[in-house]
Design a protein around this ligand. Structure first.
Ligand SMILES: [Zn+2]
Length: 290
């Protein structure tokens, strides 16, 4: 029987499965085989680590079988090499795919030279042998062989630029993992939308509040979908003030300028250049495209 994964362990010959994982009858006794047996045509060949990992333990059972448990953190599994003729690693040793774990043999309860390979979750590393979650290494699918699942996206009700309102007190996750913040009677603009299906708080509010849920918001009757981009000519239509970086505020009531920079995560996303220089950051609601 050809192997799916046996070739990752034994490289100098092509291994084959002599006894698969699961129920089997051996010497008239029905039992559950907690691993896969790989044959090597009776040859005592080297067996290798799968990839980067470390040796959890080396051991010998009461029947004399020599074994090695190797943890593979990236895969979240431990591989157990059994019936080795010789062990080539020591407990705690780091391994790579080049590391020889030992030589395939028939120590302990074995009728011929083969590698018994067990496979259990790394979380069971300190669990008794019989109680580990043993699974079939031949059925194991390597992470790099899994098909890339497209990120599931959803159509969100609100979009960037929508003006939203909230009556009452709204609690939200703040930026950068800091403490959550709240706003009372919020009126703000959506500055970013996380449209992944599992985003429980998909909307980033432009006043620095953080991420909020759709259910917390309602759309304003004075909805504005100001979609301005760099290079757009704009006119200030209300209070014409902007926070100027580092030097206080400047007022430009009714002035005409050009959008020179956009930072959507900022409460005042638009930087405007007018005849008097760079104005600073400007609220979308105070601008009109001309
Ligand atoms: Zn076996």
């Amino acid at each position: 029987m050809a192997t799916n994964n046996g070739g990752r362990l034994i490289k100098s010959v092509t291994p084959y499965v002599t006894s698969p994982f699961g129920w089997r009858t051996l010497n008239g006794v029905r039992g559950y085989h907690l691993g896969v047996d790989y044959g090597t045509n009776g040859k005592k060949v080297p067996c290798y680590a799968l990839e980067n990992g470390y040796v959890v333990r080396t051991w010998q059972d009461t029947a004399g079988a020599l074994g090695v448990d190797v943890a593979y953190p990236r895969l979240c599994y431990v591989g157990v090499y059994v019936h080795l003729d010789k062990i080539s690693v020591t407990k705690g040793q780091n391994v790579t795919s080049e590391t020889k774990i030992g030589t395939v043999g028939k120590t302990g309860n074995a009728t011929g030279v083969h590698l018994h390979f067990g496979w259990y979750p790394i979380s069971d590393i300190n669990v008794d042998y019989a109680n580990r979650g043993w699974t079939d290494f031949e059925a194991y699918v390597y992470p790099e062989e899994e098909k890339e699942e497209p990120v599931e996206t959803v159509e969100r009700k609100y979009k960037v630029g929508d003006k939203v309102v909230f009556t009452g007190t709204l609690y939200a996750d703040s930026y950068g993992g800091g403490a959550g913040q709240s706003r009372t009677n919020l009126e703000a603009t959506i500055s970013k939308v996380n449209d992944k299906a599992n985003a429980t708080k998909p909307y980033l509010i432009n006043d620095g509040l953080g991420w909020v849920a759709e259910s917390d918001l309602s759309i304003s009757s004075t909805q504005e979908n100001v979609e301005l981009k760099v290079g757009d000519r704009v006119k200030s239509i209300d209070y014409g003030r902007a926070a100027f970086d580092g030097s206080g505020n400047r007022a430009r009531i009714g002035s005409v300028g050009t959008i020179t920079k956009i930072r959507l995560e900022y409460p005042y996303p638009y930087e405007i250049s007018d005849s008097q220089g760079v104005l600073g950051r400007y609220k979308a609601s105070g601008l009109q495209k001309i």
